[in-house]
Design a protein around this ligand. Sequence first.
Ligand code: NDP
Length: 499
Amino acid sequence: MSAQLSRDDWKGRVGGLSYRNQAFIGGKFMPSLSGKTFDCVNPATGKILTQVAACDKEDVDVAVKIARAAFEGGKWSTMAPARRKAIMQKFAALLLKHTDELALLETLDMGKPIQYSTRVDIPGSANAINWFAEAVDKVYDEVAPTDPRVLALITREPIGVVACVVPWNFPLLMAAWKIGPSLAAGNSVILKPAEQSPLTAIRVAELAMEAGIPEGVFNVLPGMGETAGQALGRHMDVDCVAFTGSTEVGKYFMKYSGESNLKQVWLECGGKSPNVVFADAPNLDVAARTSAFGIWFNQGEVCTAGSRLLVEEKIKDEFLEKLMAVGQKMQPGDPLDPKTQMGAMVDETQAKRVMGYIEAGKKEGAELKMGGERTYIDNAGAFIPPTVFDKVENKMKIAQEEIFGPVLSVITFKDAEQGLKIANDTIYGLASGVWTSDINKAFKFAKGLRAGSVWVNTYDGGDITTPFGGYKQSGIGRDKSLHAFDKFTQLKTTWVQLS
Ligand code: NDP
């Protein structure tokens, strides 16, 4: 059981891993048609784990053809929901059964601590698949309240071929939020993992087959965004793209759609979320601890990271002291050590990008209070410790742009009106937090926040039952909850004139 494994146990298991590194199309592993591969690197050591098939437009054409044929063939798309449910539940059970293996792949591939891969990423992915499977034979269609001489049916139908394009920060979990509802609804799916983190996606394709998902219904195409990702976005026979990633790339997908077949495009994009702490927060120790995890969990590579801490002026010093004390205990460590709370940044590029923001913060005149220097474990790796900037103004680059790293910008406010103004002064609107004991203030503030999620007296709460997505440039559409089916189904109206 993973709960009892030590760092040495995990290290010992690395040698026994076999890496699936090819595309999975039509129920078979295959190299890319060009034969090209790309290096898959462990960011904690800088060493190459394996070489992965670099799929391109030609591979996309093949995968879409096969996915379309599977959809039209109807084995999955017209299967009774209760049968799809049973197969997907088996798929979820297989993910759980392989938790240790998948968690190890995730940690080696993108640098996150093993304790979170085992406790959050893999069980969370299995839960998402299972939840949508469970739901699919309990969602009814509608009959419209028309004139009695008419029977108007409003039915949900699968869309067809769905491309899921996902990022590297929670590789399998972000994929599961999309493949769960899209497969449950009866679609054929092509998953393109991020180039930094393809390993779990490729492995679970095999588990999906083992569970009984028919050939061609679930395909995985590793490759670069500019090639494989773009080819999916521009393909004339892809009906829907469900994307999680940066706002910049999200906009490309809108463009690809407009320039091709007007496929549906759903976007879960970036954030610069305000976490607003009033002086009357119910418990400042709890608020400090939760806010620390809100920014430093997953090395800060979290779309909802509470990266702007808005703290009421009169408690700023006291609160920062408490928060930094938690940060001091969260220093980066070997991701394979079960005690490690912060692992490696996903790659060198991301580490350099984050360090660039730290330099920008210093140049703009913010005060570096903690962290800010790269560190190494065993002389290697892309590690950055918890970093805090005080005296940040909301117009500064480090307060406006998504850093996607462990960098916190601290901004003070005098009253609720000013706090709300600063909180909403961003192009993003993914998430937000507010800490106060005053219920009126909490609700008023929550109502005023322009964000898809508002957490009151906590941060990053939620489970699969609650919708997740962004206002403004944080996205379009919602993952999780029954609302996720809206992305992966079409509504058909059948109007029957009764005689
Ligand atoms: P990117 O936007 O760079 O990439 C996301 C996916 O898009 C990857 O699979 C990538 O492939 C692909 N892609 C990149 N460029 C193109 C292109 N030109 N055309 C088509 N596809 C492309 O995001 P990151 O992977 O760097 O992830 C970090 C971002 O994800 C952050 O902005 C974060 O906020 C956001 N995110 C949002 C979440 C949400 O739910 N709102 C959750 C998690 C992350 P490749 O890797 O091969 O380049």
